[in-house]
Design a protein around this ligand. Sequence first.
Ligand SMILES: [Zn+2]
Length: 266
Amino acid sequence: MKLRLLDYGELTADLGWTIEAAGVSTHSETAPASPRRNFQMLGALLEHPKHGLILYEVGPAPNWQEIWPDPVKEVFGITRYAEENRLDNLLKAAGYEVNDVKAIIIGHAHLDHAGGLEFFRGLDVPVYCHEEEIKYAFYAIATKQDFGAYLPHYVDSAFNWKPVYGPETELFEGITLYQTPGHTPGTLSMKADLGNGESYLLTSDTMFFKENWVDEQPPGWLVRNMGDWYKSLDRLKRIAARDNCHVILGHDKEIFQEHAKKGVIG
Ligand SMILES: [Zn+2]
């Protein structure tokens, strides 16, 4: 199986969303500047020997400027999104068309990870997403309790949603999905065993940055269940150690670049 990482551009936001107490005021520094960070948006394209072309995460909608609410753009606005970052063009650059994709895996259904489903509107491609995530996405939107992180344009029955159940699922040979809640209830991390001795573990936003993964700093305002997050951290660390995985985090640009520059892996 071959894997390549996809560059969906970048958004820029306050670091306090992803790292607890980043920029917090203290007695000795009562008004510190709020640190900001560029968030790499990324996905993975897998060429499976039996099941064909599989996408893990689809990035934002190409027309995000029109369909993201203004408050979301103000807080999480995209700061790098060129023609080359569009999913259809990324597929073209890899020698494929949108129609060639046989399956989509949604790590979690936030707007910067699932909005790119717009490229697949009208197609019947299965969209695998955890049961808990599908349910919560509608709840978040309908009650407005988490509106903005989830948007209705893709939480739409026009897509061929396929629920993934329980804590662990081998979706296809060599592709294992793990429910790793914390950031959202149904975040799916994915392990791809490439068959050449290399394994890649993509955490989606269960882990945003190196600080969360290496230094084990808990996430900031974007966490929805901190107890679950610590359990997911423990689980992912055990999986990564057991299978000696390369670990790709949800928004870490440096880690992304290190592996994206390899091109086709496996
Ligand atoms: Zn994200």
